[in-house]
Design a protein around this ligand. Sequence first.
Ligand code: DGL
Length: 269
Amino acid sequence: MFDSTAPIGIFDSGIGGMTVASAVTRLLPKENTIYFGDTAHLPYGDKSTAAIQAYSIKICNMLLQQNCKLILIACNSASAAAFELVKEYVGSKAHVLNVIDPVVDYIKEHYDGKSIGLIGTKQTVLSNVYKKKVDALNKNIQLKSLATPLLAPMIEEGFFDNNISESIISSYLSDQSLKDIEALILGCTHYPLIKKQIASFYGSDVEILDSSEIVANSLRAILDQHYLINEKGEGKRQFYVSDYTLSFEQSTNIFFGRQIQLEHYPLWE
Ligand code: DGL
């Protein structure tokens, strides 16, 4: 019922979801993708559940108008706040995937009886969505979480690899609530951009779980299962933002290592 050449829609509040988008395009280079960064409402992590739900529905509307075969919520905060609602809203018009379930499935396979840390936005951590899903596995996995609300805005401002980001990261990771963990879930799609600094804080003692590749593999499995892998696409990439800012454009160019053409698409007019 879907056309395999139809695009994959991917959204986040800003550049974070591009960590997942680029894992998807590396794995499936022929897929056409439409990326939406809701820069007008960034950061999502401090917004109410109702606000994130309203933004997510608006974005999905736009992606459905472009006939997306699959919508990937490339944001933990929106996955926590709006996945169920989006799934219901989209119905049979497209497949919907979030960034939390693939990671929980991965943990189930690899971390039986272990102690795992989670860092993410306030929305993601306070919603307890990871904890509920991990507890439901019945694998005796202890999840220790910490909200790290400064990290996404810091990254969005281009602070990935300098003294300021290093001291904020080490101050968060030294928190007692993350003591004695064997792995750390990067529960925000912005965080792979500071993965190197997080990894160097821990040395080799703690595995850093970056969801981008795990999610890209799940996405491929869904497409495969429904015979929707694009074999003849040209790998067209489109980028939309709800508010155009120079800093976003610069970050995007740094991220992809080439000039990216951003299109302005206001969500409310
Ligand atoms: N990248 C997002 C996430 O995964 C959102 C960060 C934010 O906008 O607060 O949670």
